[in-house]
Write a protein that binds this ligand. Structure first.
Ligand code: BES
Ligand code: MN
Ligand code: ZN
Length: 501
């Protein structure tokens, strides 16, 4: 892993070396401290801007090498755009842009967290900037052993964020850093190949959360058999690797208060099973545990920032393989809820895992709400692409809160319908239900309808289909990694806004 940069907060003193990053608006104006630090180089910036047609548009940038009159090796000017259009979430993005603009060999940088007069960049905004730096600095390069010296990132990178309120920034940064840590943990899990990260190993990695005070329990096959988790176990039975369910508890709230619950699909590899997938692109199915990765990252974040909430995370970890012992199309399994399921397609395995894990969570914890995350269907990618996750919910308030948290974190969700018509599509001739809708039409919806049969109307519930956002992610200013860690920031925000009173 590329080492995380060391972050410090300081005051606006002109840096003596390394890279200086500053912000301007769409009129190429600087804040007072920035203008002072630039001094005589201000004219140079104006000339360079003209030559490069840099106008200060949001997220665009201008580089000056060895700028005359400054001690630094490089000056990067980042556009903040029209100040009236600034959104709170822009600062995390600006941090990402700042980090992205550093040359790969740069070991020292100073970022001036200042905007032109009239627009304030608070200590909190400076902390956001720092979080963006951390998120962008991540690279999954654990298995790159042959990198040339001039291609290696420096061993130690230190980045100083200059701000008018370093004390406030440091204070706000504690939680921001904890959250970023959770995101990076989730990314690591998603990027890790399936020969390394199989269900037992996943459970071991989740145990690391004990360090931050999370109580971690692991259910093995014997325990799950006893509980009657026939749907989950059926998926795992074709694999040489045993299945696991991991339960993580963070009790930061009032004693005895019902917890909020997060449930993740942890299919460590999805070959499709006997209904095997085509070869092309199958390697991507190492990421079919992105839902579970998000839950682990979220629990890590909540605990590390000592969130005042009772939260439980439950993940179902399995490997879906074809084998002499694999389940067949036509098999009928009995879920923990007692409902029977006819397996039509062994590749529709995620919903089988979730069925038992959701039922178990509701029964054991009687949570305030349940939110599940799963790379569940190709159909949601057809519908929404890589920009929005699909959201299905039985509760308007929870849905609305998730929508707003999505806007605020730029991990956006789009609500999709549930309706009895779709529910009928999964009725079975031989059992209580079948595990696919029979046609590809409405594939993400029939999957959600299936899961809903394992949630009682009493529990507010939302299902997030993250097949398009959790893995093979589109690059952004704060993420260049294949595994995005999608959902950690969204759900942390949801908890912070509504459930930490
Ligand atoms: N893990 C896949 C869904 C998926 C596809 C995730 C592409 C990420 C990228 C899931 O288990 C699956 O195979 N779903 C099937 C369901 C079908 C058999 C009803 C699908 O979407 O084709
Ligand atoms: Mn599948
Ligand atoms: Zn799958």
């Amino acid at each position: 892993m590329a080492d995380a940069p060391k972050i410090a907060f300081g005051s606006f003193a002109a840096p003596q070396r390394g890279v200086l990053v500053v912000f301007c608006d769409d009129g190429l104006k600087f804040g007072p401290a920035t203008a002072k630090a630039l001094g005589s180089a201000t004219g140079l910036v104006a000339r360079a801007a003209k030559a490069e047609r840099f106008t200060g548009k949001s997220g665009k940038s201008l580089d000056l090498i060895m700028p005359e009159g400054l001690k630094v090796d490089r000056l990067t000017v980042i556009g903040a755009g029209k100040l009236a259009d600034l959104k709170p979430q822009d600062f995390v993005k600006f941090g990402g842009v700042s980090m992205g603009k550093l040359p790969s060999g740069a070991s020292d940088a100073t970022v001036f967290a200042e905007l032109p007069a009239g627009a304030k960049m608070s200590g909190e905004a400076a902390a956001d900037l720092a979080q963006g730096v951390l998120l962008r600095a991540y690279a999954f390069d654990r298995y790159k052993t042959k990198r040339k010296d001039d291609d290696k990132p420096p061993q130690k990178r230190s980045i100083t964020i200059a701000t008018g309120d370093a004390a406030a920034a440091r204070k706000a940064y504690v939680a921001r850093e904890a959250i970023a840590g959770g995101v990076l943990m989730a990314r690591d899990l998603v990027n890790e190949p399936a020969n390394i990260l199989y269900p037992e190993e996943f459970a071991r990695r989740a145990q690391a959360l004990k360090k931050v005070g999370v109580v971690v329990e692991v259910l093995d096959v014997k325990a799950m058999t006893k509980l009657g988790m026939g749907a989950l176990l059926g998926v795992g039975q074709g694999s040489r690797r045993d299945s696991r369910v991991v339960i993580m508890r963070w009790d930061g709230g009032k004693k005895g208060e019902a917890p909020v619950a997060f449930i993740g699909k942890g299919v460590c590899f999805d070959t499709g099973g006997i209904s095997i997938k085509p070869a092309a692109g199958m390697e991507d199915m190492k990421g079919d545990m992105a839902g579970a990765a998000c839950v682990v990252g979220l629990m890590q974040a909540l605990a590390a920032r000592k969130a005042k909430v009772n939260a439980v995370g439950v993940i179902g970890c399995v490997e879906n393989m074809p084998d002499g012992n694999a389940q067949r199309p036509g098999d009928i399994v009995t879920s923990m809820s007692g409902q029977t399921i006819e397996i039509i397609n062994t590749d529709a395995e995620g919903r089988l895992v979730l069925a038992d894990v959701l039922w178990y969570t509701a029964k054991r914890f009687k949570p305030k709400f349940m939110i599940d995350l799963a790379t569940l269907t190709g159909a949601i990618i057809v519908a929404l692409g890589q920009e929005f996750a699909g959201m299905f919910a039985n509760n308007d308030e929870l849905s609305h809160r998730l929508h707003l948290a999505g806007e605020a974190t730029d991990e956006k969700v789009w609500r999709m319908p549930l309706s009895p018509f779709y529910d009928k599509m999964i009725d079975s001739k031989f059992a209580d239900m079948k595990n696919t809708g029979g046609s590809r039409w409405g594939g993400a919806i029939t999957a959600a309808q299936f899961i809903q049969r394992f949630v009682t109307d009493m529990t507010p519930w939302a299902h997030l289909d993250i097949a398009g956002t959790g893995m093979d992610s589109r690059a952004s200013d704060i993420n260049k990694s294949w595994g995005s860690g999608w959902g950690v920031r969204l759900l942390d925000r949801l908890v912070a806004e509504h459930y930490e009173k």
